[in-house]
Write a protein that binds this ligand. Structure first.
Ligand code: PLP
Length: 411
């Protein structure tokens, strides 16, 4: 008799965005003549950069000829892409990295989800709250989260670190003893960041307590302010304690193309129960070699083109486009009197909703009165209650129209 992994039964049925889509669809069916604008899910809308599609066409052509076709890619990625990453994302910021510390993948969702494979089930995990749900759900699947305590809106064995307007969205070090911490900066969903000094507090804590930080930098390309680190490795000592995840999804519009990478430094160690030290780089290398057969050649050539001179310029143009949307959303929401966060170094705007509404109630109000689809903060965790998230990934026209509508909202 085949037994299931019962941890799956503990997960909540509806993934956040399924519920958002359900409500939006029900509204559209009830009011087919109304134009609904979605500023909800963090998916891009601008086309790929021409430099990227050119590289893809060229790679497709290579695949059409016996002399130039490629079969299985190396598990960890082609050297041409790994080298471009090291030069542009790390060396350019004064960070050294070896080729075998970079692992190319099909995106940061897979990597942030799969990384749990190399950690023991007994590890105590901490997340900031609100949080990108993948970190929590994948730990629940692995049995690291214990039971879901519905009344508390939290998992039994997960340590939640609240990030709210009260603490300026700066996570305090956990009071409880933990082994693994997920940090995502610039943050989804709050759009907030940590300064180098604030991130250093975490690196120093991890160094002192043998904690591993899983640092998700999927939104690094949206940073505009000087003092905000693009990589955790800008902080001294971080290579001893941190794994970093990157994605081409938001940086270069690859949500439908699929490419990202993970950095696992060779000096990063974790322990067996007897206290012997092991290289996480070797474990991840072994995991990927066993369960992953490489990112497609065409896609890796596309990612390489992101670092070409033309690619960089075109991609910056698209990021600027989204960040102009972010500025428009931020300004208009501020005019309503709501407290507004994010939108300066990230494509997300996190607004404190007026007293008297839950975030789902305010989501419904926005949908009914302005036909704008947002994401209720509570969908990202208990500390997200009372907030709502807007994304800047819509078209400029839709964003401007949505903000015109917001002006008439009665709060
Ligand atoms: N990490 C964060 C914080 C995200 O918000 C997302 C996507 O929304 C991802 C990772 C997933 O990225 P990818 O498309 O590379 O899987």
């Amino acid at each position: 008799m085949a037994l299931i992994n019962e941890n799956f039964l503990k997960l909540s049925g509806a993934y956040l965005f399924s519920e958002v889509a359900k409500r939006a669809t029900a509204y559209k069916e009830a009011y087919p003549d109304k134009k609904v604008i979605s500023l909800s899910i963090g998916d891009v809308t601008r086309p790929l950069a021409p430099a990227v599609t050119e590289a893809m066409h060229k790679a497709v052509e290579e695949m059409a000829h016996a002399e130039t076709m490629r079969g299985y890619a190396p598990d960890a990625g082609y050297p041409f892409l790994i080298e471009a990453i090291i030069r542009n994302d790390f060396n350019a910021r004064g960070i050294e990295a070896d080729r075998d510390e970079i692992f190319i993948s099909d995106g940061a969702k897979s990597d942030t989800g799969n990384i749990g494979d190399i950690f023991g089930c007994e590890n105590k995990v901490a997340v900031t709250d609100p949080v990108y749900p993948v970190y929590v759900d994948t730990n629940a699947m692995a049995g690291r989260a214990g039971e879901y305590l519905a009344a508390a809106g939290a998992w039994e064995h997960i340590t939640y670190i609240p990030c709210t307007m009260e603490n300026g969205f700066v996570p305090a070090l956990p009071a409880a003893e933990v082994d693994i911490v997920y940090l995502c900066y610039p943050n989804n969903p709050t759009g907030t960041t940590l300064t180098k000094e604030q991130l250093k507090v975490w690196v120093d804590y991890a160094l002192a307590n043998k904690v591993v930080i899983l640092f998700d930098a999927a939104y690094e390309a949206f940073i505009t302010e000087e003092d905000v680190p693009h990589s955790i490795y800008e902080i001294e000592g971080a290579k001893k304690i941190a794994i970093e995840f990157r994605s081409f999804s938001k940086t270069a519009g690859f949500t439908g193309v699929r490419c990202g990478y993970t950095v696992v430094p060779k000096e990063l160690m974790a322990f067996d129960k007897k206290g012997n030290r092991y290289s996480l780089n070797q474990l991840w290398q072994r995991r990927q070699a066993t369960k992953f057969n490489g990112t497609a050649y065409i896609i890796q050539r596309a990612a390489e083109a992101v670092y070409s001179k033309a690619g960089k310029k075109q991609i910056k143009g698209t990021i600027d486009y989204y960040m102009e949307n972010a500025a428009v959303i931020k300004k208009n929401l501020e005019h309503t009197g709501m407290a507004v966060y994010g939108g300066v170094n990230a494509p997300y705007i996190w607004a404190k909703i007026p007293e008297g509404y839950t975030s789902w109630e305010f989501f419904d109000k926005l949908l009914n009165e302005t036909q704008i689809v947002t994401t209720p903060g509570v969908g990202f965790g208990k500390s997200g209650e009372g907030y709502i998230r807007f994304t800047a990934f819509g078209s400029k026209e839709n964003t401007l129209e949505a903000m015109e509508r917001i002006k008439s909202l009665k709060l």
